[in-house]
Ligand binder design. Sequence first.
Ligand code: HEC
Ligand code: HEC
Ligand code: HEC
Length: 409
Amino acid sequence: MFFLNALLAVLTGVWGLCLASGLADGSAPTPKPALPAALSDQPGDIERGRRIVLDRERGDCVVCHAMPLPGRQFHGSLGLPLDGIGSRSGAAELRRRLVNPKAFDPHTIMPAYHSTQGLHRVLGSYRGRPILSAQEIEDVVAYLLSLRADGPAELPVSRPHRVDPERTETGSPTVVDGRRSGYVYLSEENRRLQDDAFGNPGLLWVERGSALWAQPHGLSHTSCASCHADPAVSMRGTRTRYPRFDTRRKGLINLEQQINRCREERLGAAAYAYESDDLLALSALVGFQSRGLPLQVDIEGPAQAFFEAGRAFFERRRGQLDMACAQCHDGYAGQRLRGDILSQGQINGFPIYRHAWQSLGSSHRMFAWCNTAIRAEPFAYGADEYVNLELYLAWRGRGLGVETPAVRR
Ligand code: HEC
Ligand code: HEC
Ligand code: HEC
């Protein structure tokens, strides 16, 4: 939280309101901007507002707030429940918060729904337009005002997830000085699946990796095994040290890139595509040999500048929703984001088997998924930006045991 607060204070500063209607002037950073009057000529419509707060493409307020609406057990817990909000707040205040919640708290994770100012790397189709139109803001305000304290009795709210520090069944470090593996946030069922020496679906890739390891490839007609023999011996501990600084590249190299370097330079074979089953199989095989060993990347000397770039990436707000990785994974770990429990975003389990993907996936696939979820332009798999991020995250999770292949929701 220390870095987050310090950085966000600089990044966000004070956000002025700059509405097309000229209701407020964005040039002067005022602590209490003037209350905007209605943003559109047409009065807000409660029923339309109700649909907007549930609509994933528009308001999607229930991703963070419980509301007296269907599916409440899947409503998020990042913000407080909005039951009775119409009795606690007036139209002007609600409108102002929706347009620019950073006027209330510059560090807030709540997106600004009617502003495009200062956004970074917004995903193509969302670029240049606010999340909600002026009329949609008015509709949501009308809906919120209709939520009265004397309305229907409040439904129960989904409780934030309680993390049980005793969950260390893997036999490897899952909690180290407050750093928590994603394993800690898993359901009982998924933890069992990950620990199952036969049932863990990620082990199919490990098996496939073993076959590839022994198979002759390329012009050299040699195999990985010709040089590295038994991976259980030669690759033990490897995963804990990657990404690392590489003197030939004068930059970082991650495990996938090292495997491809051996393929090209030692086997005379073509590099595997990032995220191909073959590359995932070999990185899972190599990672598997370090199961239980603590992450311990080197961030000193020439690696330091890359590490700092990774940290800056993690803390930068981006996308139409204007969120930083750190906001979700430092600030709100353990809270419910719609149906998902937010973890600390650790990478000790990668490549992971993710039910949502029905497949194994690399950390870069996860980074791209998280970027896209906040409507930010993702980077290509293997991009330097993601390798830097990987180094920062490996350090951030230092000491956590390797769980490759972990099972996640
Ligand atoms: C990413 C999570 C997130 C989303 C999405 C979000 N909010 Fe919030 N909201 C928060 C948080 C956290 C707060 C607590 C104050 C703060 O941090 O700004 C908050 C505060 C509020 C408040 C003040 C609550 C009070 O009791 O005074 C209102 C009203 C509100 N949000 C309405 C909405 C509406 C309406 C939407 C959808 C259009 C929405 N929020 C979307 C996170 C979110
Ligand atoms: C809006 C909130 C949000 C933001 C912002 C976000 N993520 Fe995530 N992230 C999630 C959710 C939800 C999941 C799946 C549940 C979980 O493990 O937290 C997830 C999962 C992850 C995981 C997998 C953790 C594991 O144990 O397997 C990693 C790693 C991760 N995120 C990294 C990042 C990075 C890096 C960024 C910034 C580029 C980022 N996230 C931004 C919501 C977010
Ligand atoms: C001709 C010998 C040779 C072959 C064949 C070979 N490698 Fe390598 N490998 C090396 C050498 C030498 C290194 C040391 C780093 C370097 O020079 O790239 C290395 C390093 C590695 C590392 C990093 C180990 C560590 O602890 O840092 C991995 C992972 C790896 N190889 C995987 C593979 C895989 C997978 C294959 C088969 C696709 C393979 N290698 C084939 C010679 C080989």
